[in-house]
Design a protein around this ligand. Structure first.
Ligand SMILES: [Zn+2]
Ligand SMILES: [Zn+2]
Length: 289
């Protein structure tokens, strides 16, 4: 355990000494799932309908039959530390409730909430224990957002949050970084003739290696946990809600000054919610300070 802490500390120092602001800002702290020496095997539940299936498969890089989806573009399973199978969904997409040890991905018409996508993670004992991604058809059914670019960007980014990654940049109108973890108003890069933000880039994979560069004992690993082990109370299923009232206090603001990361404590666990607002959404502002 001591060794693990030391290693995390060394990694942090190394990241800082590189002097890269992008690296330093990329993760939410260093939230990560617990894993052993194997790759992270947390399952991703498919609760999306046929309009979203292809985007989920492309973002994850594996299909529902367990076959790798070898597109020309990167995917989360291209990471050396991730081996996430796509499995049948276990929740009503409207609620998108994720049990301990699982990521659930959902789409529905969540209403005029102001957001395109939301990712939530539950943290217990210092590690992510469940996560969900929701994409809002109320906006993706409109001409502006019903494009492959917007769908790829938001699906890729929200699942990235479920693995513990943060954004590389939070300003919408500046130059694309070429990763889905960068906010943009030009997802596929065709409006401003720039890099596409629809997929992961090499920096995302380096960041994952950094935050997953240590191992834990098998009893706490969701990838390796023995079947039938009872979850702790703090590992109750995660259900996120659709509005700031459900998410707790605002802890960070996006480039348009809107609160986009929320935190709350509930029953011995911390729940963090990351919100991808539409370009037009006003409100939130800073009244939650
Ligand atoms: Zn750890
Ligand atoms: Zn985000």
């Amino acid at each position: 355990m001591k060794k693990t802490i030391l290693r995390v500390a060394l990694v942090s120092v190394a990241a800082l000494s590189v002097g890269s602001p992008a690296l330093a800002e990329h993760s939410w702290g260093t939230y990560h799932w617990s894993k052993g020496t194997n790759q992270l095997g947390v399952t991703v539940g498919d609760n999306v309908d046929s309009r979203w299936d292809q985007y989920l498969v492309v973002a994850l890089g594996v299909d529902a039959s367990g076959n790798p989806f070898e597109g020309a573009k990167p995917s989360w399973n291209d990471s050396s530390v991730i081996a996430s199978p796509l499995v049948a969904g276990a929740t009503d997409p409207k609620r998108c409730k994720a049990a301990a040890g699982k990521i659930e991905v959902c789409n529905a018409r969540y209403g005029r909430t102001g957001w395109l996508g939301v990712a939530g993670i539950s943290i217990s004992g210092g590690h992510i224990v469940s996560g969900y991604t929701k994409v809002n058809d109320t906006y993706f059914d409109t001409a502006k957002y019903n494009t492959p670019g917007w769908r790829r960007l938001v699906m890729c980014q929200e699942i990235g949050h479920d693995y513990g990654l943060g954004h590389t940049d939070e300003t919408f109108a500046n130059t694309n970084h070429g990763t889905c973890m960068d906010y943009t108003d030009d997802p596929d890069g065709t409006i401003k003739n720039q890099l596409s933000n629809e997929y992961q880039n090499a920096h995302d994979f380096v960041q994952l290696e950094t935050i997953y560069g240590h191992s834990h004992q098998a009893t706490t690993n969701f990838g390796e946990r023995k079947l039938g082990a009872a979850p702790a109370a703090a590992e109750a299923a995660l259900e996120g809600g659709n509005s700031p009232a459900d998410w707790g206090r605002a802890v960070a603001y996006d480039g348009k000054g809107r609160p986009h990361i929320f935190e709350k404590n509930e029953g011995g666990r911390k729940i963090i919610t990351h919100v991808f607002w539409t370009l037009e959404h006003k409100g939130g502002g800073s009244q939650d300070h």
